[in-house]
Design a protein. Sequence first.
Length: 300
Amino acid sequence: MANPFNRLPLRSLVVFEAAARHGKFASAATELQMTPARVSQHIAELEATLGVSLFNRRYRGVELTAPGRDLLGAVRHGLQIVGTGFDAAQRLSASRTLTILADFGFAAGWLMPRIDQLRYAMPHVEISLTTVQSGTDFSHVDYDFGILFGDTWPGCRARMIFREQAWPVCAPGLVRGADPRKVLADACLLDLAPQGDQRWFRWADWFGANGGSLPAAHRIVSFNNYQMVMQAAVQGQGAALGWTPLIDDLVAQGQLVRLGDQPLTSERGYFLVEPARAHANPLAGPAIAWLLGALHARSS
C-alpha cells in the first residue's frame, strides 16, 4: 500500500508558511537560509501541483489568495502538531540524563560515596553531578533537582530534608582520653569562612552556645572549602565544625570523633530544591525517592 505522505511536498509547505507569515519571499529566504529565487521556485512548484495561485505578487511583497488562506490554516495546524510531537520526543531523549545540583560539601561528603548506589538503582540513566559553592547564584544552572544548604530559595520549589546540625570533631589522635573541652582549648581551630551573605555556624557560635567566648589569641586556620576543612581535621591538624550527615561516614570509619554530647542546631539546613518549570524530568522522581530513602536509612 502506498504511503499517503509521500505525495506531500513537505519542504515546499514549510517555505509556503514562512512566505505567508512574512509577506515577502526575501524575508522568508533569510529565515530559511536559502535564496529568494529558491523560495519563489518552491512556491511555483506548489502552485503547479495544486493548480491554484497561492499568492498575488505585489510590488512590495506578496498577498495570500483565498486558496492560499485556506491552505495556510491547514499547514499551520499540521506543523503545530508535528512540532508538539517533536518536542515530546526530544524531551524523552533528554530525560535519559539526570542532572543533580549540590554544594561542594554535600557532593563530596555524602553523595559521591553513594553515587554507585544511585547508578545501580537507575542503571540506564546518565547521571550528571554539578557542584556550586553554598550561597552562590545558581539561577543560570540547568538542573533537575538539587541538595543545597540555606534557608530561602526564591523562584524554586524547596523542602527541608534535615536541619543544620554542627558538631566539633577532630582526629582520634588529638583526644587520647582527654576531656573534649581540653581538646578545644588547646587545639588549632579549623574554620570554614563565609561566602558572601551565606550563614553557617562558626567557632564563635559554638563557644557562645557553651557558655564561653572565642579566645582572642586562639589559633584559627580558615578555609573557603568545606572538604579542605575536613581533610585537615582527618590529618590531625586541628578541630573543626562538621555538619551532619556530611561527617557521618568519617565518624563511622573512625577517622573523626565528635567532641561533646549535643550539636548546634538552627532553622537552616539542607533542602531538596527543584526548579519551577513546566516540564519536570520524569527521572527526577525516582532519584529523589532513592535520595530520601538513603538519608532515612542513615538516621534509622
